[in-house]
Design a protein around this ligand. Structure first.
Ligand SMILES: Nc1ncnc2c1ncn2[C@@H]1O[C@H](COP(=O)(O)OP(=O)(O)OP(=O)(O)O)[C@@H](O)[C@H]1O
Length: 224
């Protein structure tokens, strides 16, 4: 199915229709306060605090935000297996170990969040999001607190690990959208506009001419 939000929030946006392509990573850009997180929360079935008039068709989703949201008293590995534990299911330790390897945290699995760097904590949060193994993955500015190098490294890692899943990534960063988006949407109060994504599979090289051109075009759209 195609996860869809169709409707409006009077005084904020719309009417608009957001339709996610199955198996693709859609990046959603737009000015602060335009309602990007609201769309994501509608897809997640979470409260929004605004009056939405319309229709949502979604799937079970894993959500990751800017704040890694780790439990401070649990090790990295236990944070990654937390969803299963909270649901009273057996934690698949082999899968947790594979995810720890995938996000490059081997040797740090017993550490508490306070003794990890910001980038390491975001990698724990990414592994936890993947551990949920939901058909839909919703990312709300997941890397915006990271410095440029980490942003590139962990963004690329996320795009590789999420390949083939249906993903919506809200971002403020035109460069991130140009590198990571199979599809790129820009949101304004008037609605959503699809922008051409650069050629090639994601993650794309940050310095490829087509990626830089798309970044410039998207920046222009946001300034317009
Ligand atoms: N819990 C809430 N109660 C009331 N209004 C809210 C609530 N959450 C968001 N809003 C309002 O809804 C609007 C859209 O917020 P939203 O967080 O979706 O925007 P955004 O595009 O994601 O912004 P940003 O890029 O700054 O995160 C804002 O004007 C905000 O004031």
């Amino acid at each position: 199915m195609r996860p869809t939000v169709s409707g409006e929030v009077p005084g904020l946006f719309g009417p608009l229709e957001l339709v996610l392509e199955p198996g693709r990573l859609t990046c959603l850009l737009g000015a602060s306060g335009v309602g990007k997180s609201t769309l994501l929360r509608l897809l997640a079935g979470l409260p929004t605090g605004v009056e939405f008039r319309g229709r949502v068709a979604s799937q079970p989703a894993a959500l990751m935000g800017q704040d890694p949201g780790l439990f401070s008293w649990l090790s990295a590995a236990r944070n990654i297996g937390l969803g299963a534990r909270l649901r009273g299911q057996r934690v698949d330790n082999a899968r947790v170990a594979a995810l720890i390897r995938a996000v490059g945290l081997e040797g740090l699995e017993r550490r508490l969040p306070a003794s990890l760097s910001g980038g390491q904590r975001q990698r724990v949060a990414l592994a936890r999001t993947l551990a949920e193994d939901r058909p839909l993955v919703l990312l709300d500015e997941p890397f915006s607190a990271l410095d440029v190098a980490l942003r590139l490294q962990i963004g690329d890692m996320a795009a590789r690990l999420l390949a083939g899943r249906t993903v919506l990534m809200v971002t403020h960063d035109p460069a991130e959208a140009a590198r990571l988006g199979d599809r790129i949407l820009v949101m304004t109060p008037a609605g959503l506009t699809a922008n051409p994504a650069p050629p090639g599979p994601v993650p794309r090289p940050h310095d490829a001419p087509e990626v830089l051109a798309a970044q410039a075009a998207l920046t222009g759209r946001l300034l317009a």
